[in-house]
Design a protein around this ligand. Structure first.
Ligand code: 4AD
Ligand code: MG
Length: 462
């Protein structure tokens, strides 16, 4: 007996053939002489309707056991459905209950639960329409990302998760240690990391960029795609303590080439998800955020706006909008400013370049004005920043000077500086926050609902 995924059955119904489906019961409806089940097996957002006729041996006992959430194996004939809402249905001939789910205890009885509630049952939420759709879209996006880079000859590099250097220089790192925290060894009034596992201080990476650069300076075009960690104490709908980042890095590439790749990349994955996840995207469009599909279609055909930080600040000041954080040249753009630029002023994605060097990381190439750096952030409506990138400082002396200016120790970055001593090249890259990308594509409001098990301040149940 062939076992069939519901997705395959609905896509190409094997009419009048016997099929076997393994799935979970979403709902049961009893009617005169028949019982209807809606089955879902996660292969698609769509359910398969099953009809159980009262003439099936053991009808009463079987249908009593068929509760929401139970797992079943059902064999029967795939027939044209006389009812509305589905083209085919399964007429049950044999039913096996694998695992019951108690009506009194299984929490997913109701059709709709709040996302807040579902976060507390993160082990069960993939069984809902929303989280099933997010999981399928997340998986499709991962594939599209690898495909994009693979088609363009990029090498996928696995950068380390445990690291000895702070990429963003922002000190928002989780420490990794085997030192006894009740009694840490101390020498000269300082924690003695020489006794720690690695013989020095170690952390979880905030970005694979620095290690990525070493491979780009050998293999020309590389990308990383992995988990990153930030101990930012920001309890917002766009921050996680553990999130995934895609970071391409390209040698012989300046800031303009970098922006071109980033724009092409985003459009490619938007197109991919529209072409390959139509049912899930319809669901997001009708149930989660009206207009997400049209919005993506529009972006695919538009050209991203590119303006400098200075221009952006001027536009914000001219707007006379009432911001919580007042705007002046030199400030770090807040989420309210980013949203205002993309939602109110430009009404499309915007790439902002040439930020003041004081608010950006040490590795960015300083412009001739000695005030701004060759940074580029991509902002989108609803979220603000989803991409952060730059051209890197390729000059040894200038980079060393910036490291010192930023209060960092050049000795800690000796290998990174070496890339500028031997065969240095202009090079650039960017980081795309994977969860922010999924938020943007699906219209899901909270970043905690686009990753299977969210980690954030005071959140680690699962
Ligand atoms: O702008 P960021 O900090 O850039 C970097 O880490 C660079 N090293 C990237 C590079 O040039 N290779 O982070 C990049 C992106 C942000 O634009 C945002 O989308 C996402 O990562 N991000 C977060 N996403 C979720 N939660 C957080 N706490 C995030 N912090 C950054
Ligand atoms: Mg950034």
């Amino acid at each position: 007996m062939v076992k069939n995924d519901i997705n395959d059955i609905l896509a190409k119904p094997p009419m009048d053939h016997d099929i076997t489906v393994e799935a979970w019961i979403r709902t049961k409806r009893e009617s005169k002489g028949v019982t209807f089940l809606e089955l879902n097996d996660g292969s698609t957002i769509k359910n398969l309707q099953v009809i159980i006729d009262e003439n099936l041996p053991g009808y009463n006992a079987i249908t009593k056991e068929m509760t929401t959430g139970s797992s079943v194996v059902i064999t029967g004939k795939c027939i044209e459905s006389p009812g509305q809402g589905q083209a085919v249905e399964l007429r049950a001939e044999s039913i096996t209950l694998l695992g019951p789910a108690s009506v009194d205890e299984y929490v997913l009885q109701k059709k709709r639960h709040s996302f807040e509630f579902l976060r507390e049952v993160a082990h069960l939420r993939p069984r809902t329409n929303s989280f099933g759709a997010v999981a399928r879209v997340r998986s499709a996006l991962s594939f599209a990302i690898h495909r994009f880079f693979n088609e363009r000859g990029f090498i996928y590099v696995h950068t380390p998760i445990i690291t000895g250097s702070d990429c963003e220089g922002a000190g928002e790192m989780f420490q990794v240690t085997t030192l006894p925290l009740e009694q840490v060894p101390v020498r000269d009034g300082q924690v003695d990391f020489s006794q720690d596992f690695f013989g020095k201080k170690a952390s979880l990476t905030v970005s694979g960029q620095l290690e990525g650069e070493t491979y780009a300076c050998a293999l020309k075009k590389i990308y990383t795609f992995g988990p990153t960690f930030r101990a930012e104490n920001s309890n917002t709908s766009r921050h996680l303590a553990e999130f995934w980042m895609i970071e391409p890095e390209m040698a012989f590439c300046d800031i303009h080439g970098n922006m071109d790749v980033a724009e092409e990349f985003l459009k490619y994955i938007f197109r991919y998800v529209l072409d390959n996840c139509p049912d899930d995207m319809d669901f997001f469009d009708s149930r989660i955020s009206k207009g997400v599909v049209d919005n993506l279609r529009h972006i695919i055909t538009s050209t991203f706006m590119r303006i400098s930080y200075t221009e952006a600040v001027n536009r914000l000041i001219e707007s006379k909008a009432n911001f919580e954080f007042p705007v002046a040249w030199g400030i770090d753009l807040q989420s309210e400013h980013e949203k205002y630029l993309t939602e109110n002023i430009f009404k499309q994605p915007v790439i902002i370049t040439d930020y003041p060097k004081e608010i950006k990381a040490f590795y960015m190439k300083v412009n001739d004005d000695n005030k701004t750096v060759r940074a580029m952030d991509i902002l989108v409506p609803r979220l603000g920043e989803i991409v952060g990138g730059s051209e890197r400082e390729a000059d040894y002396e200038k980079l060393k000077k910036r490291i010192v200016e930023c209060g960092l120790n050049p000795d800690d970055y000796w290998w990174y500086l070496d890339l500028r001593r031997f065969g240095t090249v202009p090079h650039s890259g960017f980081g795309l926050g994977f969860e922010r990308l999924i938020q943007f594509i699906t219209g899901m409001q909270n970043i905690r609902d686009v990753i299977p098990f969210p980690r954030a301040v005071n959140t680690l149940e699962f």
